[in-house]
Design a protein around this ligand. Structure first.
Ligand SMILES: Nc1ncnc2c1ncn2[C@@H]1O[C@H](COP(=O)(O)OP(=O)(O)O)[C@@H](O)[C@H]1O
Ligand SMILES: Cc1cn([C@H]2C[C@H](O)[C@@H](COP(=O)(O)OP(=O)(O)O)O2)c(=O)[nH]c1=O
Length: 194
């Protein structure tokens, strides 16, 4: 089973993901992974994140290349062995974030749909997605605004995009209130996974 953790920067995904790794209730053979990945593809993505002037379309394809390699090298092999895979960010991050960065593009009427279409023929959708729901102001504050994506204005558009994704696929998503205290958030996420 493939479970993904999604939400705005600062919503607490990595905090939960780290804690799940040492939880006895989570099967030992679980694969914990993330996007951007810790590979040279992920390094290329990181360079783009750090470049305030990066071309938005080029950036989409860097993230998408990283996703393709992540699927073939990590996610699909683990699923073939019937292992639980827990990914800190995955395809919905692209739909929500690049859907927002491309919002001003004159070439695309509906960037979110375009990014989904680019993935559709070859991606492997998650079986369950835990969405850590947080308002953009708190998200920007918690994340420390360390990169170009972490402003409340931009994150508001990203959040609207996540809402569109949830509306289109309500069965897959489990919404968790990320303003709750860390222990409560953690228990709700774990209950959604095991
Ligand atoms: N439930 C919570 N309440 C308050 N602060 C939190 C909570 N969960 C995480 N944090 C803090 O918010 C910041 C961002 O958390 P992090 O797990 O890195 O988020 P993300 O991976 O979603 O960007 C960290 O300083 C973390 O300690
Ligand atoms: C995976 C992914 C991340 N991002 C963005 C979100 C983050 O601002 C940045 C780095 O992701 P990440 O390291 O997960 O940041 P955080 O822990 O703060 O949530 O990349 C995208 O824009 N598209 C994507 O497909």
């Amino acid at each position: 089973m493939l479970v993904t953790l999604e939400g705005l920067d600062g919503s607490g995904k990595t905090t939960v993901w780290e804690r799940l790794r040492s939880d006895d209730m989570v099967p030992d053979e679980t694969v914990f992974t993330r996007e951007p990945t810790d590979t040279w593809y992920g390094d290329a993505v990181q360079r783009s994140i750090d470049d305030d002037d990066a071309d938005s379309l080029a950036e989409l394809f860097l993230y998408t290349a990283d996703h393709a390699a992540h699927l073939s090298n990590t996610v699909r092999p683990a699923l073939e062995e019937n292992r639980l895979v827990v990914s800190d960010r995955y395809s919905d991050s692209r739909y929500a974030y690049q859907g927002a960065t491309l919002a001003d593009s004159e070439m695309l009427d509906d960037p979110l749909s375009y990014v989904r279409e680019v993935h559709a023929p070859w991606t492997r959708p998650p079986d369950r997605t835990v969405y850590l729901d947080l308002d953009p102001e708190t998200a920007a504050k918690r994340s420390g605004a360390t990169n170009k994506f972490e402003t409340a204005d931009y994150l508001a558009t990203v959040r609207d995009n996540y809402e569109r994704l949830i509306e289109a696929d309500p069965e897959r998503f489990v919404r968790v209130d990320a303003t709750a205290d860390p222990d409560t958030v953690y228990e709700r996420v774990r209950d959604a996974i095991v």
